[in-house]
Design a protein. Sequence first.
Lengths: 115, 107
Amino acid sequence: KAGVTQTPRYLIKTRGQQVTLSCSPISGHRSVSWYQQTPGQGLQFLFEYFSETQRNKGNFPGRFSGRQFSNSRSEMNVSTLELGDSALYLCASSLGTGATNSPLHFGNGTRLTVT
Amino acid sequence: EDQVTQSPEALRLQEGESSSLNCSYTVSGLRGLFWYRQDPGKGPEFLFTLYSAGEEKEKERLKATLTKKESFLHITAPKPEDSATYLCAVSRGALTFGSGTRLQVQP
């Protein structure tokens, strides 16, 4: 069974640009969550989608947004990039939402560098 | 605010030298405590979920236990391939992660 796939693996952008990251969940998983990982802050929750609806959101500014499609694939967008947005962005899928305590299965992330 | 603190930050063991990693948490209404393993350049890999105090789960050389305030990940007779960062997280919907313990097992 294929795992969570994230594309691209690496991305370099300039401050002020926007970026879109993509995530394909494990087949049959309907919930997709996004996390940001940095050396200073560790893993921080961005948002969770289930059945194309945002079910939960972390404490990130509105520049961070996401969506989920009918096939459960998800995209995350960051607009007006700042240097501090440089991080590893991880997508995770699960059978149920966070409310059901379904274990998250993570992809290997997209490494975003903002210059 | 939910808080998760892991100790030690880093741990170096000789192959076969057993030890424990600690995860202390402060959360109201804990729904579950999760342990993950993360290798360099990869996403976290799920290990265990614990739901209530007194619960224990085992997988190969790893055993996770849970009390009302902390969880331990016991590593028995570790091998070099157990070297990784071990993360714990508490759940109230979304996961709140600790900063992890970097484990290095030397042959």
